[in-house]
Design a protein around this ligand. Structure first.
Ligand code: NAD
Ligand SMILES: O=C(O)C(=O)C[C@@H](O)[C@H](O)[C@H](O)COP(=O)(O)O
Ligand code: ZN
Length: 364
């Protein structure tokens, strides 16, 4: 019997769902009990993940649903757009799926975000379940209900807040994850330390080698603690009216890097890692944290094998890209900055200071 942990996320209006975390969950009937009843389920996955895991998921779902379809999308951040979203909707309509049909997102954050968005808009909303198979998706994207596709002018610009029925994170799926993707997932794990939990940052520091070596017990703790922090934040501010923005630490620069280079050139986690170094430095330059807080974060990100040096897009291009960030207000770019190790907040930053940081890090 696989061992599993459950993190609960509690939302306004007495809405709640479970995040099940454990090794072997794809083969455990327990994790799949009590899902919404329907005539049909549709698994949405991609050409890399489907051959690895869709067969087992389909077998499991066939015990519950009379019909289980599979939609296989092309792999990659560059496919997180209208075309893939249409492919999902075309399948649902072509197969005359009714409004009780349950969608299952089997894959990383790209599949999760697009499947969630399709679930939000198909017949004005059908239930969906997140089955995250990357570290990044298990610690972050499968939880909290941000769903979206990209636009060439900006990351995740078209989407909806729409919560899943459940998250089922089978740690065994991480066995097949390429090292580069594991490291990218670690970026979002590291993020939770500086923004919300200094002790977790110490723990990550102490356990980084074990995380990189894929020690299952250590990975299980990283996923559980990350989900606990995210669930606490989202539970207090589901639609990012305030507090939730802290989860965007490193993302203002990060999203500019992703869009500026063309989606897929850098992985999301890589861009966020580099963005966190820049945002930490901004925090220091504005007098919010001492220099050693920046150096410590930088050293951890370097040890995790993540990039420190931003691409040379030039200051003007960075500013242009960041002005469409969802946190910007009345043309002012706002950053999540560290206020202490373990605490963050939103701050408007003058263009001149942003330019200074970009220049100092070789991005100009
Ligand atoms: N909604 C949110 O709150 C949220 C949070 C963080 C990130 N995101 C989004 O998530 C996306 C990044 O997610 P990601 O890092 O998971 O990238 P991804 O979905 O592109 O997956 C990374 C790669 O790993 C492959 N893969 C997935 N599972 C695998 C497995 N078990 N074995 C082998 N290969 C596997 C995928 O096919 C892909 O090539 C970005 O689009 C980002 O914007 C969303
Ligand atoms: O859940 C959130 O809130 C986050 O900000 C988590 C981020 O890691 C994630 O990349 C998210 O998709 C970014 O949101 P966006 O609103 O900036 O597109
Ligand atoms: Zn992110």
């Amino acid at each position: 019997m696989p061992v599993s942990d459950t993190v609960h996320i509690q939302l306004p209006g007495d809405r709640r769902y479970e995040i099940r975390i454990g090794a072997g969950l794809l083969d455990s009937s327990d994790a799949w009990h009590g899902l919404p009843r329907a005539a049909a389920a549709v698994i949405v996955s991609n050409e890399t993940v489907a051959p690895l895991y869709a067969g087992r998921l389909r077998e499991r779902l066939q015990q519950v649903y009379g019909r289980v379809d599979l939609v296989v999308l092309p792999d990659g951040e560059q496919h997180k757009g209208w075309e893939s979203l249409n492919r999902i909707c075309d399948h649902l309509l072509g197969a005359a799926m009714d409004r009780k049909t349950v969608l299952f997102a089997l894959g990383g954050g790209v599949i999760g975000d697009m499947t969630g968005f399709a679930a939000a808009i198909y017949m004005r909303g059908v239930p969906f379940v997140q089955v995250p198979t990357t570290l990044l998706a298990q610690v972050d994207s499968s939880v909290g209900g941000k769903t979206a596709i990209n636009h060439p002018l900006g990351k995740n610009m078209l989407g909806a807040f729409y919560q899943p029925e459940r998250v089922i994170a089978d740690l065994d799926t991480l066995d097949t994850l390429p090292d580069r993707e594991l490291r990218a997932g670690l970026a979002e794990v590291i993020k939770y330390g500086p923004i919300a939990d200094a002790l977790f940052l110490d723990w990550i520091d102490a356990n980084l080698d074990a995380l990189l070596a894929r020690d299952k017990g250590v990975l299980a703790h990283a996923v559980r603690r990350s989900c606990e922090i995210k669930a606490l934040v989202v539970g207090q501010d589901e639609r990012e009216q305030g507090l939730r923005a802290i989860l965007n630490f490193g993302h203002t620069f990060g999203h500019a890097i992703e869009a500026g280079l063309g989606y897929g050139a850098w992985l999301h986690g890589e861009a966020v890692a580099c963005g966190m170094v820049l945002a930490a430095d901004l925090s220091h330059r504005l007098g919010l944290v001492p220099a050693d807080a920046v150096l410590r974060l930088r050293a951890l990100i370097e040890r995790a094998g993540l990039p420190l040096r931003p691409p040379q897009l030039g200051v003007d291009r960075y500013l242009q890209l960041m002005r469409v960030d969802k946190k910007a207000e009345a043309g002012a770019i706002r950053f999540v900055l560290l206020e202490a190790v373990g605490r963050a907040g939103l701050h408007a930053v003058p263009d001149a200071v942003i330019a200074e940081v970009l220049q100092a890090h070789g991005a100009a």
